[in-house]
Design a protein around this ligand. Structure first.
Ligand code: KG4
Ligand code: ZN
Length: 406
């Protein structure tokens, strides 16, 4: 089965094509193409993602990105079918009328679209329906529906967080070779750490020989800010550009090198909910503690030095690391998990990758981490989730900005 994935939930416009087949209880896959267009530089001056700007950019970029993706994957895709000229013209005209009111930006991008006359040999279109920024989600969903109507290919809605889970089962090398999807030992535990979510999810066998669709239960989550959000907000307090995660991570590494790994820092930040005896998180107090530390330093020194930023970054990363590891330990012990899957943009963080690796070794667990280039938002994970779990729907999809794993 060949699946086209579409991801526009935040500030990455991404498209990918994956081919999957089921063999002897395994899922085999090969990547036919994957493109990510990041808008991070555009949002950077605002210190975060500006939803309507993200929406406009997605609308502008989707069509050229699709053209490139189909060109890239042409040799791997079976031959396309050709649509009749008059049929195509009529369909495009109907689509323009239908989508113009709700998504005029996307309709405006329907120029130079002769390449769409060749119907690619795709069986399914998988699109992120949530969670995410609603205006941004809408563009991807409308785009999926336009292609579906034009090519008569079914659409499958995908939960973005489920995408992050299955994305961690892919092999690091994104070449076009057939590979076996890493099998999951049940019960498994997923730790999802992104810009919008911090969740601990128990994954149990669905009772059939096929692991998919996966069966989920959220057993812990943040009460306020998500981890990635805390990284981004702390970065802003330190006058660092968006996205803050990589910036904080780099400063923390520099502090480690300078101190030779010693933690004799004067700044001490809280470890929120470390001893709360449940699997929930809270990161907004940590951000507020950074705010007070920054204010105090500015009063004393008149400014915040690079050295101060490094110390804060290190202490902040230490706090996040300590809390995540403690809750992960508790969750492993509570669920008897045999495998841990970590997904979401924050797992690009080297320190966290190393801590989770140690922790998994200590418990003798299998650990699944996404390769660094697909730890952030991408469409490969959406295409894979759609191929494995998706139910095709008839009629119009809804963007659900709040959609969670249930
Ligand atoms: O999954 P993702 O790309 O988007 C959402 O679904 O939210 O996650 C983005 C988040 C941002 O908050 C970003 O600052 C954070 O991942 N991030 C990092 C690192 N790289 C990205 N956080 C900590 N350390 C990093 N190296
Ligand atoms: Zn994400």
């Amino acid at each position: 089965m060949i699946t086209l994935g579409i991801e526009t939930s935040c500030d990455e416009t991404a498209l990918a094509i994956i081919e999957t087949k089921h063999t002897d209880g395994n899922v085999e896959y090969r990547v036919l193409g994957s493109l990510i267009h990041s808008q991070a530089a555009l949002h950077s001056p605002y210190g975060g993602v500006y939803p309507n700007l993200a929406k406009r950019e997605h609308a502008k970029n989707l069509m050229p990105l699709l053209k490139k993706l189909l060109e890239d994957s042409m040799v791997l895709l079976p031959s396309p079918k050709q649509t009749g000229e008059s049929n195509f013209t009529q369909k495009i005209s109907d689509i323009k009328n239908k989508y113009n009111e709700k998504n005029s930006d996307l309709v405006d991008s329907l120029v130079d679209i002769d390449f769409l006359k060749r119907i690619p040999a795709i069986d399914k279109i998988a699109v992120t329906e949530g969670p995410g920024l609603e205006p941004a989600l809408w563009v991807g969903i409308s785009f999926a529906q336009i292609l579906s109507e034009l090519w008569s290919i079914p659409v499958t809605p995908v939960n973005h967080m489920e995408g992050h889970i299955v994305g961690s089962l892919l092999d690091a090398e994104m070449d076009s070779q057939w590979k076996i999807l890493k099998p999951i030992d049940f019960p498994a535990l997923a730790l999802l750490i992104s810009g919008g979510h911090t969740e601990l999810v128990k994954i149990e066998s669905n009772g059939s020989t096929d692991a998919f669709p996966l069966k989920y239960k959220i057993i812990g989550q943040t009460k306020d800010d998500a981890v990635g959000e805390a990284f981004d907000k702390v970065a802003r307090l330190l006058d660092l550009p968006y996205p803050g995660g990589p910036q904080i991570s780099q400063l923390a590494n520099e502090a480690s090198v300078e101190n030779g790994g010693q933690s004799d820092r004067a700044i001490k930040l809280p470890r929120p909910m470390l001893n709360s005896n449940d699997l929930n998180f809270s990161f907004s107090g940590l951000k507020t503690a950074v705010l007070y530390a920054v204010r105090k330093e500015t009063e004393i020194s008149g400014t915040i030095s690079v050295d101060f930023k490094r110390q804060i970054a290190k202490e902040f990363e230490d706090s996040v690391n300590e809390v995540l590891c403690k809750k992960l330990r508790m969750a492993i012990e509570e669920t008897g998990a045999k495998a841990v899957i970590v997904g979401g943009g924050v797992i690009a963080n080297t320190r966290l990758r190393s801590s989770f690796t140690h922790l998994a070794n200590e418990y003798g667990l299998t650990l699944y981490l996404p390769s660094k280039h697909i730890s952030g938002d991408n469409a490969l994970m959406i295409a894979l989730a759609g191929a494995l779990n998706g139910k095709d729907i008839e009629g119009q999809l809804k963007a659900d900005g709040t959609k969670r794993l249930a």
